[in-house]
Design a binder for this molecule. Structure first.
Ligand SMILES: Nc1nc2c(ncn2[C@@H]2O[C@H](COP(=O)(O)OP(=O)(O)OP(=O)(O)O)[C@@H](O)[C@H]2O)c(=O)[nH]1
Ligand SMILES: O=C([O-])CC(=O)C(=O)O
Ligand SMILES: [Mn+2]
Length: 603
C-alpha cells in the first residue's frame, strides 16, 4: 500500500485497526483534499454551519437561535426507493419487495462511481452510536461523507463524535457507512449550494453489515444511521439475533389513575408517527410523553415482555401540517433552536413558514428560492420538507427515553392512510391475527418517497421500503417472536386509520389530539374495561365505548369512521391475495389461514 499524503488522515483519534484501514482505503479511492475526524463538539458545529452559510447552503434564522434554513436541489427531496438495493449474497434473501444486485456487481459499479468522487472536498469521518451510549453492547457505526450538511444533521440525529468513539476501544464491531454526494470539484470550479448527482445508489450489504450511498444529500438517503442502519441492516441483524427493528414511534401514556402504558405504533412515512408521538390529549387526566417518533428496536426483557429502545437522538419530521394547533410540542421543540429546516419557506424577517401554519406573511421565499405572496398557486414548501431537531428539546420527552433497557410495550398500533374500508380502530384477536393485520397493512403513497402520491399499496408493518431481507421471512420472524413469548405478555395489536373520508372528501375523524380518545379505548381494552363489537375483521369499539365527551363532531361521522363495510372488505380480499402471491412460497401458512378465515367470515 502506498502511503497517501492526505492532510488529516494520520490525525486519527483512535487506534482501532479496522477503522483506520477502512478510512485509509476510502481516502485512497475517493481522493479528498483533506480528512477530518469529527468530534461532535459545539465548536465543530459552529465551524461547519459557518462554512455552510458561506457556501450558500444555509441561511441563519434570525428568529430561532442557532438554526438554519436550507434548500436542496429540487431533484433531491426524498427517499429514492427504486435506487435502493439489498445486496444479499443470495437473491432469494432479498425477496420480491427489494431491489437486488449481486454484491460483487454493485461494489464494482459503485467503486467506479466513488473513484475520485471527493476531489476538491473534505472527507469527514463520523463515529456514531445508535441507541444509548450506555448500552452494554452499543450499536456502533462510522459514516464517511463529503457533505457538511450530513455532519451537522448527524450531530442532531445520532450520538456522534468523541463520545461515540470512546465506545469503540480497539476492536469493537461497527457498521461502515460510506456516503458521497458524488460531486467532485475541479480546481477553480465554483461549488453549488446543494451538490448532488443524478446517478443515485443506496446500497446495503446485509451479510457484511455495510452501507454504500452515492449521489443524494437527502436525509433518508444520506444520514446512514437512520433508515439504512437502524431499519434495513438492523432488521436483518434482529432476525438472526431474535429481536426486531421497526418503523415505530414509542410513547408513554399515563391514565388519570396514574397507570403507565407504553405504546409503539407503525405508520408509513408521512402518515402520523411524529404527530402521535407528541400528542396533547384532549381528554382530561391523560398524559402523553415521547420516547421516539420513527424507529423502535424491540427485544425481550428478563420478565418476558417486549422492550423498546429508540436508536435516534433527534426528530427528522415532516414540516407541512405542523403548527400550534396540530402539534404544539413539535413547535415548542423547534422554538428552542439548534435545528435545521430543509425545503420549507423563508420569511423576510428570518423565520420559517410552511403550508398548514395559518396565515402566511405578505412575502415569502419558497423552497425553490422564488418570491411568493398569498394567493400564489405554487407551494411554498416541498410536501416532504423537514425539520431536524434534538429530541431532548421536546418538552414532553419521557425521562426514561435513554434507558438502555428500553420500555415494556403494552400495545402495538399499525396504521395507514386509507380513504375507505379501514375503520378508525380495530383490535386483533391474538398475536397471529395482529401479525396478519400488519402484514396486510395498506396505505396511500406520500411525498416521503419519490414517485406518484396517493396510490394504495401494501406496506407491511409500515416497513415496505425498510425490510432488509425477504418479506416472507420477515412475517415468519414476527410470528416466531410471538411463539417465543408468553401470549399474555406480548403487546396487544391494533389497526388504526385516522384518514377515512366522507363522500365529500372530508376527514371523518378530527385526528391529532383527538386520537387520545382512541388511545384511551386501546388501554381500556388491555385492562378489560371497554366494550367492543366482534366483527369479521376484529374487535371494533361500540359507539358508546369510545369517549366522545366534549368532542364537537357529528356522531354520524364517528359511526362512519368505525363502520365495517363488508362490501369494501370483500373488495380488499383480492388485493391481499395478490400481495401474498407476490411474496410467494414464503408467506407463513398461518397468515394464509388468517386470510382464508377472514374470507369465510365475510361470506
Ligand atoms: N388528518 C390527519 N392528518 C394527520 C394526523 N396525524 C398526522 N397527520 C398529517 O400527516 C402528515 C405526516 O405526519 P407525521 O406525523 O409527520 O408522519 P410520520 O409518520 O412521522 O412521517 P415520517 O417522518 O415520514 O416517517 C402531516 O402532514 C400531518 O399533519 C391525523 O391524526 N389526522
Ligand atoms: O427517511 C426519511 O427520509 C424520513 C422518514 O422518516 C421516512 O421517510 O420514513
Ligand atoms: Mn419515517
Amino acid at each position: 500500500m502506498t502511503a497517501l499524503a492526505v492532510p488529516g488522515l494520520d490525525q486519527a483519534p483512535t487506534n482501532h485497526p479496522r477503522l483506520l484501514s477502512w478510512v485509509r482505503e476510502v481516502a485512497e479511492l475517493t481522493t479528498p483534499e483533506r480528512v477530518v475526524w469529527c468530534d461532535g463538539s459545539d465548536e465543530e458545529w459552529q465551524r461547519m454551519t459557518e462554512q455552510l452559510v458561506r457556501a450558500g447552503t444555509f441561511v441563519p434564522l434570525k428568529q430561532k437561535p442557532n438554526s438554519f434554513w436550507c434548500a436542496s436541489d429540487p431533484s433531491d427531496v426524498a427517499r429514492v426507493e427504486e435506487r435502493t438495493f439489498i445486496c444479499s449474497v443470495d437473491e432469494a434473501d432479498s425477496g420480491p419487495t427489494n431491489n437486488w444486485m449481486p454484491p460483487a456487481e454493485m461494489k464494482s459499479i459503485m467503486t467506479e462511481l466513488y473513484r475520485g468522487c471527493m476531489r476538491g472536498r473534505t472527507m469527514y469521518v463520523i463515529p456514531f452510536c445508535m441507541g444509548p451510549l450506555t448500552a452494554e453492547k452499543p450499536m456502533l457505526g462510522v459514516e464517511i461523507t463529503d457533505s457538511e450538511y450530513v455532519v451537522v444533521s448527524m450531530k442532531i440525529m445520532t450520538r456522534m463524535g468523541s463520545k461515540a468513539l470512546a465506545r469503540f476501544g480497539e476492536d469493537a464491531d461497527f457498521v461502515p457507512c460510506l456516503h458521497s454526494i458524488g460531486a467532485p470539484l475541479e480546481p477553480g470550479q465554483q461549488d453549488v449550494p446543494w451538490p448532488c448527482n443524478d446517478t443515485k445508489y443506496i446500497s446495503h450489504f446485509p451479510e457484511e453489515r455495510m452501507i454504500w450511498s452515492f449521489g443524494s444529500g437527502y436525509g433518508g438517503n444520506a444520514l446512514l444511521g437512520k433508515k439504512c442502519y437502524s431499519l434495513r441492516i438492523a432488521s436483518a441483524i434482529g432476525r438472526n439475533e431474535g429481536w426486531m427493528a421497526e418503523h415505530m414511534l414509542v410513547l408513554k401514556l399515563t391514565s388519570p389513575e396514574n397507570k403507565v402504558h407504553y405504546v409503539a405504533a407503525a405508520f408509513p412515512s408521512a402518515c402520523g408517527k411524529t404527530n402521535l408521538a407528541m400528542l396533547e390529549p384532549t381528554i382530561p387526566g391523560w398524559k402523553v410523553e415521547t420516547l421516539g417518533d420513527d424507529i423502535a428496536w424491540m427485544r425481550f426483557g428478563e420478565d418476558g415482555r417486549l422492550y423498546a429502545v429508540n436508536p435516534e437522538n433527534g426528530f427528522f419530521g415532516v414540516a407541512p401540517g405542523t403548527d400550534w394547533k396540530t402539534n404544539p410540542n413539535a413547535m415548542r421543540t423547534i422554538a428552542k433552536g439548534n435545528s435545521l429546516f430543509t425545503n420549507v419557506a423563508l420569511t423576510d424577517d428570518g423565520d420559517i413558514w410552511w403550508e398548514g401554519m395559518g396565515e402566511p406573511p405578505a412575502h415569502l421565499t419558497t423552497w425553490k428560492k422564488k418570491d411568493w405572496k398569498p394567493g400564489d398557486e405554487e407551494l411554498t414548501s416541498h410536501p416532504n420538507s423537514r425539520y431536524c431537531t434534538p429530541i431532548d428539546q421536546c418538552p414532553i420527552t419521557a425521562p426514561e427515553w435513554e434507558d438502555p433497557k428500553g420500555v415494556p410495550i403494552s400495545a402495538i398500533l399499525f396504521g395507514g392512510r386509507r380513504k375507505t374500508t379501514i375503520p378508525l380502530v380495530t383490535e386483533s384477536r391474538d398475536w397471529q391475527h395482529g401479525v396478519f393485520m400488519g402484514a396486510t397493512l395498506s396505505s396511500e403513497t406520500t411525498a416521503a418517497a419519490t414517485g406518484q402520491v396517493g396510490v394504495v399499496r401494501r406496506d407491511p408493518m409500515a416497513m415496505l421500503p425498510f425490510i432488509g431481507y425477504h418479506a416472507g421471512d420477515y412475517f415468519q420472524h414476527w410470528i416466531d417472536m410471538g411463539k417465543r413469548a408468553d401470549a399474555a405478555k406480548m403487546p396487544k395489536v391494533f389497526y388504526v386509520n385516522w384518514f377515512r373520508r366522507d363522500a365529500d372528501g372530508g376527514f371523518l375523524w378530527p385526528g391529532f389530539g383527538e386520537n387520545s380518545r382512541v388511545l384511551k379505548w386501546v388501554i381500556e381494552r388491555i385492562e378489560g374495561k371497554a366494550a367492543a363489537n366482534e366483527t369479521a375483521i376484529g374487535h371494533v369499539p361500540t359507539a358508546e365505548a369510545l369517549d366522545l365527551s366534549g368532542l364537537d363532531v357529528d356522531p354520524a361521522d364517528v359511526d362512519k369512521a368505525l363502520a365495517v363495510d363488508a362490501d369494501e372488505w370483500r373488495a380488499e380480499i383480492p388485493l391481499i391475495e395478490e400481495w401474498f402471491d407476490k411474496i410467494g412460497d414464503k408467506v407463513p401458512s398461518l397468515l394464509r389461514d388468517e386470510l382464508a378465515a377472514l374470507k369465510q367470515r365475510l361470506g
